[in-house]
Design a protein around this ligand. Structure first.
Ligand code: 6GU
Length: 225
């Protein structure tokens, strides 16, 4: 899978994909992430990419022309399955969307900044608008990193048995159960006995019960259907 990300602050995206599972996904050739600097595609003086809103009001608006130049240039060599605009007024991202997007070949993400982007770009180029939650970020970069990480780790072959996505919270609409490792006793705090029993039927049952209990207490909304 290829994920191309258009941004005016490419520096923010240098770190998130250079380590751990995202790094391995790229090394294995299963994921390619390209960060594209919008300013390199503008034909305006001083690499301008934003301007005052028509009708007045606070904040700047990202201009349509640099965005279209960038997208159309990329589209010469890549067919995108989705053109995703990261914006707080988009559909709230969840695991189901991550699963769905992990099956695509090519994704283009556009990070918003300032007061937003010219609506005509959204109308004519964007196929999906996604938010990562009900709070406001300074720009879409961190949201693009969140999507790329959650989608990238689901690509077949990225995770091994040890890091399997099957036991993740949300994968079956349940939160993950508690986990423990050595030592068996720390400051007189003991690991639940069942985990030390070697009885895998009991262990599996305990984990399901814990998942259900945790979900009931913390996220009862997940159990409604
Ligand atoms: Cl995608 N962008 C911004 N700027 N803020 C957000 C967001 C996205 N998702 C939640 N808050």
């Amino acid at each position: 899978m290829k994920i191309d990300i258009i941004t005016v602050v490419p520096e923010i995206l240098n770190g998130p994909f250079s380590h751990s599972i995202m790094k391995r996904a790229q090394t294995k050739g299963l994921l390619e992430v390209n960060v594209i600097n919008l300013r390199e595609y503008t034909t305006y003086a001083r690499a301008q990419v934003d301007d005052y809103p028509f009708g007045g009001g606070a904040g700047m608006v990202m201009m349509i022309e640099p965005l279209v130049n960038t997208v159309e240039s990329l589209q010469k060599t890549t067919h995108y399955d989705e053109v995703i605009f990261l914006t707080p007024d988009g559909e709230t991202f969840n695991q189901k969307m991550a699963n769905h997007l992990s099956l695509k070949n090519n994704l283009l993400m556009i990070c918003g900044h300032y007061k937003g982007i010219d609506q005509r770009f959204r109308d004519h180029f964007v196929t999906k608008e996604i938010s990562i939650g009900d709070y406001v970020l300074s720009g879409g970069e961190l949201a693009a990193a969140v999507l790329t990480d959650s989608i990238g780790r689901l690509i077949p072959g990225v995770l091994n048995d040890e890091t399997s996505a099957l036991s993740d919270s949300f994968q079956d609409d349940l939160l993950a159960p508690p986990v423990y490792t050595r030592p068996e006793t720390f400051r007189n705090w003991k690991v639940p006995e069942v985990l030390m029993s070697g009885n895998h039927k009991n262990i599996d049952q305990w984990r399901v019960e814990q998942s259900l209990e945790r979900t009931r207490l913390r996220r009862p909304d997940l159990l409604k259907d």
